[in-house]
Ligand binder design. Structure first.
Ligand code: NAG
Length: 226
């Protein structure tokens, strides 16, 4: 009996601490430590969810950011993972600070708000975006503007290792700005700048602004102007 109830107690603690089921955030909320979201996460307009002091963040279902999401995982051993069978819908602001590569692969990737990638001073983490069926940016996807002091990051559209035909439809802005000089005289500091690479075909009427950074285009990349 004693062991039985201890077991139940541990289970209860485990589910309170580790697994967050369907979550709708309606007011500013901060969660510290590792998090697994097994059900959909929706952050409503006007509310911000802050995730910090963890090293493993797992989103196993749809993620909708209509307010703010601040995810801080600047831990070189840390991981942030998403489920490629789910959808991402950002109409608010999503700030992602990482020190390790993150694959943001979704069946439906839609952004009409802002997605900010903050880099790391010691490594250049790569954040890769992909929408397997819907892959649309009507807002801003930014690597670097929110960096505080020297930091590096790389973003990619489409998976370099498994390029898909689904075009990245950019009607908004992609902004990539390094905090340090990338080229000085005839010297190129490859790791000093930020980087953006396009592995998916690119369509749409949007723009790509690159400062102190490196841009990579694959052979299939097409740019269309309005
Ligand atoms: C994203 O969410 C907004 C607000 O809920 C909704 O109107 C829109 O249809 C969604 N877009 C996609 C592509 O899911």
């Amino acid at each position: 009996m004693h062991y039985h109830s201890t077991g139940e107690l541990l289970l209860l603690f485990a589910s309170l601490l580790k697994i967050v089921a369907a979550l709708t955030v309606t007011e500013d909320t901060t969660l510290t430590g590792d998090q697994t979201f097994s059900e959909a996460v929706t952050i409503e307009d006007g509310a911000t969810l802050t995730l910090k002091e963890g090293s493993v963040y797992k989103f196993e279902n749809d993620l909708s950011v209509h307010g703010g999401l601040v995810l801080d995982n600047r831990n070189v051993d840390g991981t942030v993972s998403f489920n490629r069978e789910s959808s991402l819908n950002v109409t608010g602001s999503f700030e992602l600070a990482v020190s390790n590569d993150v694959d943001m692969f979704f069946t439906s990737f839609y952004n009409s708000g802002s997605i900010y990638v903050k880099g790391s001073a010691v490594v250049q983490p790569a954040v890769t975006f992909e929408g397997l069926e819907v892959f649309i940016n009507d807002g801003t996807i930014d690597a670097g503007s929110l960096d505080e002091g020297p930091a590096h990051s790389a973003i990619a559209f489409g998976d370099a290792f498994d390029p898909k035909k689904t075009p990245f439809i950019n009607n908004g802005k992609v902004v990539v700005s390094g905090t340090e000089k990338f080229i000085e005289g005839n010297v190129v500091y490859l790791l000093a700048g930020n980087a953006v690479s396009f592995y998916a075909p690119v369509e749409g009427t949007g723009s790509v602004e690159v400062t102190n950074s490196y841009i990579g285009l694959n052979a299939e990349t097409k740019c269309r102007r309005p």
